[in-house]
Design a protein around this ligand. Structure first.
Ligand code: MG
Length: 380
């Protein structure tokens, strides 16, 4: 039996993780954390009977505590750390938004727990620190992201010595064939209409700007220890090939499947094994066309900015991440138009003086400064 704690259980990945666990024999949920969706959390508590839960704020924590006397209840960032310190679990699924779970993830690594990582900020902001700690503690970080799961499956044994280049596929999002002029007038509802994947709002906008691909390249760099020169984004609108690896002998191995997050979630939980689980329908390529294109960096400059920040290293990936996050929430709130997202990010990058080999505190300071500059502290 494997005991699982899910940080962010009411979000898109959190709920899909529970659906996967429902179909696996030997996995039990013992801890959950949620933001503000209390009614869904209550349903999850009643169904999974976790021993420990954590809420975003104290008021909701008290409410849950009064209602469920047998459950240990915590709140805030400390609550997440409390969950990650629990001695009884095997796998921590990190599916929270933003930066709130970074410290809890580091604690779980110190406690030698497997990390199933859906949160992008963890590696984008502090990839060097997180991966160093994972290595020291002999901890596996398993990606819950279709592209990184694909690469992990292509590399198979994690022995990447004969792998030459990683190719990260991108659907291109809903505006792939739109002009810059048309993009100006796009509203959140246009961008939230993703052609292939069902995802949270923030990541769906990141797919529309291609910022998501930039973040994923940074993650791939840390997860698989590849230079940025050897990680390539490629547009593949059908989202059937989830990424591929090119080897020194000219061989290329790709991982394919219908676009569903259930598959990478299950693989992160059962790795290195495969098992029958939630996906029972068969895969068929009859009459399907697979297209591939080079990304247009001028039309989608956020991809370019992300890669520039990645290559500069230091605090720049954190600066990119925080400014992009705030800009996306402003766009979702209807405060700015679609093309202003990139302008906000560019301005913050320009303003920042980089710090190389930053400490965790310096990374958080950079993150907070950007949020302060853009006058928003937390997003939901
Ligand atoms: Mg992805």
């Amino acid at each position: 039996m494997k005991n699982v704690i899910i940080l962010g259980s009411t979000g898109s990945i959190g709920t899909q993780t529970l659906e996967v666990i429902d179909k696996l024999d030997d996995y039990k949920v013992i801890g959950l954390s949620a933001g503000k969706n209390i009614s869904l959390l209550k349903k999850q508590i009643e169904k999974y009977k976790p021993e420990i839960v954590s809420l975003q704020n104290e008021k909701d924590a008290l409410l849950i505590k009064n209602e469920y006397k047998n459950v240990e209840v915590y709140f805030g960032e400390d609550g997440l750390i409390e969950l990650s310190q629990n001695p009884k679990y095997d796998i921590l699924v990190v599916a929270t938004n933003s930066t709130v779970s970074l410290k809890a993830t580091l604690k779980a690594i110190e406690n030698k727990k497997r990390i199933a990582l859906a949160n992008k900020e963890t590696l984008v902001m502090a990839g060097d620190i997180v991966m160093k700690k994972a290595k020291e503690n002999n901890v596996e970080i398993l990606p819950i992201d279709s592209e990184h799961s694909a690469i992990l499956q292509c590399l198979n044994t994690k022995d990447n010595k004969f792998a030459k280049r990683l190719w990260i596929t991108a659907s291109g999002g809903p505006f792939l064939n739109s002009t810059r002029e048309e993009m100006k007038n796009f509203r959140a509802k246009d961008a939230l209409n993703h052609p292939n994947w069902a995802m949270g709002k923030k990541i769906t906008i990141d797919c529309a700007t291609l910022a998501n691909k930039g973040l994923e390249i940074i993650e791939a760099h840390h997860l698989f220890d590849f230079d940025y020169e050897n990680i390539k984004p490629i547009i593949h609108p059908q989202s059937i090939v989830h990424s591929f690896v090119e080897f020194v002998d000219g061989s290329v191995i790709a991982q394919m499947g219908l676009p569903s997050m259930h598959i990478p979630i299950q693989y992160a939980l059962t790795y290195p094994k495969r098992t029958k689980g939630i996906k029972t329908d068969s895969f068929c390529l009859f009459n399907k066309t697979l297209d591939f294109y080079e990304p247009d960096f001028n039309k989608f400059p956020l991809l370019k900015y992300a890669l520039n920040c990645a290559k500069e290293g230091g605090i720049m990936p954190a600066v990119f991440n925080a400014s992009n996050e705030i800009a996306v929430y402003k766009f979702l709130a209807g405060e700015i138009n679609f093309l202003e997202i990139e302008k906000i990010v560019f301005k913050q990058i320009e303003k920042t003086k980089n710090i190389l080999n930053p400490s965790l505190d310096e990374i958080f300071e950079a993150d907070e400064l950007i949020r302060k500059n853009l006058k928003i502290s937390a997003c939901n």
